[in-house]
Design a protein around this ligand. Structure first.
Ligand code: CTP
Length: 431
């Protein structure tokens, strides 16, 4: 049964932006005139209780969400538009324009779901069911609460499954024993919430997590969603994510052959430090690949390509992981590189993220990596193909050779100014 009446109006007003609050009140008015019961649900309610700002607002309608979405659009024609409709799931995305700000909300009908097989996408069984049925299919108690937005009980909390107490006690608890088996991505979600909020896994949830990881029933399933959760977790750039990922065998969701490094803590902290120190060389969205990459450098390129395929990685994401493995293989050779240009050539063509993975694995290369990323990579020559044509040369392979020679000489410090480059070029032409 739900807790004694808890009203979170103040907390709601504090947690969301002024414009978002306006949208919630507009939805509230529409809910009453439709009329239908409408709730804020899931992560949004959790974050209201915790007191954190939440950006994607999910609204659940006890009934037909598509009808309610159309009703909102008709009621507020100047400021509300339906962006997307997903008939199959009975959900819609709406955008409100409030004070020149675009505010997105997701509207869904309460629904029952089942999993045809472990790791599959859930199948929607019944739309418009009781709220209880909707929340009990969810991942954790902390994400299973609803906040009414109808006027007569505005901001009253519905908490059938003890989420409020679990937030207060900082616990992550699944709602039924097959939760992880049905959806193994929840193991990574739990990891993300544990570190993000400094929560712990509740005892029986921990046992269920271990059982699921030991069962291996997730092989090759739900790679795309595993990727999405891995990305969110590791992009927090918190070493604890890596530590728990390895210590609790969560890595098996990616590949069971990943080796646990000698000092997990050192490696995890190095990843964090390196990502922070070289932030401007990294796409923020690729931080997670640094953590994943350092665990895969000993794998063959073929195996990495397999893992990348199973996780639905993009071309560039795959290139970071394979690039790091290739660089690791030739780390000793790179250590021998002595001239500036040799150093430049060792790294040229590799993405900075791949080079940073190498740095974490081989810290003695730091000086060379710094020279490359901070100096050599920036060096450009002034001479262009057009300049060579103006000097009477015919376009062809010779152009590449001359420009290459110029770049090599400049990186090796043989000249630096534009004038000196001209002189160098003239001397080359003479030869
Ligand atoms: N959900 C679930 N199982 C999943 C993913 C999501 O039950 N594998 C439910 C949870 O109730 C969750 C809601 O769907 O609260 C919305 O999911 P999502 O937007 O991914 O997460 P949030 O909880 O909003 O968390 P975050 O703050 O990380 O976005």
């Amino acid at each position: 049964m739900p807790n004694a009446r808890i009203n979170l109006k103040k907390e709601l007003e504090n947690a969301v932006s002024e414009n978002m609050l306006k949208v919630i009140y507009l939805c509230s008015e529409a809910a009453d005139s439709f009329p239908v019961s409408v709730f804020l649900i899931g992560g949004a309610v959790r974050d209201v209780i915790i007191g954190k700002n939440h950006f994607d607002t999910d609204i659940t309608v006890q009934g037909d969400a598509l009808e309610f979405a159309c009703f909102l659009e008709k009621k507020y024609p100047d400021i509300c538009k339906i962006k997307e409709i997903h008939d199959k799931f009975g959900t819609a995305k709406l955008v409100f324009s409030i004070n020149n700000q675009q505010i997105d909300i997701d509207v869904a009908g309460t629904r029952k779901e089942t999993y045809p097989y472990p790791g599959s996408l859930p199948k929607v069984e019944e739309i418009g069911c009781e709220l209880y049925e909707d929340v009990k299919r969810r991942d954790f108690s902390i994400n299973s609460m609803a906040l009414s937005i109808n006027k007569n009980d505005f901001a009253d909390l519905t908490d059938y499954l003890g989420g409020y107490d679990d937030i207060k006690n900082k616990k992550i608890r699944v709602l039924h024993p097959s939760s992880f088996i049905e959806d193994p991505t929840r193991i990574i979600r739990a990891l993300k919430f544990r570190v993000r909020f400094d929560y712990e896994l509740e005892e029986s949830t921990k046992i269920l997590q271990n059982k699921c990881l030991d069962s291996g029933m997730f092989d090759n399933f739900c790679g795309e969603r595993i990727k999405s959760e891995l990305k969110q977790a590791f992009n927090l750039n918190r070493p604890e994510i890596m530590e728990i990922f390895l210590q609790e065998n969560i890595y098996k969701l990616v590949n069971k052959d990943i080796n646990i490094p000698e000092s997990v803590q050192n490696l995890a902290e190095n990843c964090e430090k390196t990502a922070l120190e070289y932030l401007k060389f990294l796409k923020p969205d690729f931080i997670w690949l640094i953590y994943l990459g350092v665990l895969l450098t000993d794998f063959s390129q073929e195996k990495i390509a397999d893992i990348a395929y199973n996780l639905y990685l993009s071309g560039i994401e795959t290139e970071i992981l394979t690039g790091a493995a290739i660089l690791s293989e030739k780390a000793e050779e790179i250590e021998q590189a002595s001239s500036n240009y040799e150093i430049y050539q060792s790294f040229e063509g590799f993405l900075p993220e791949a080079i940073l993975i190498l740095l974490i694995k081989t810290p003695q290369l730091k000086e060379k990596i710094n020279l490359h990323l901070k100096k050599f990579k920036k060096i450009k020559i002034y001479t262009t193909g057009q300049n060579l044509i103006d000097l009477g040369l015919k376009p062809g392979p010779l152009f590449g050779e001359i420009l290459g020679k110029l770049l090599k000489a400049k990186i090796n410090g043989e000249f630096s100014s534009k004038e000196e480059e001209k002189k160098f070029l003239a001397a080359q032409m003479h030869h």
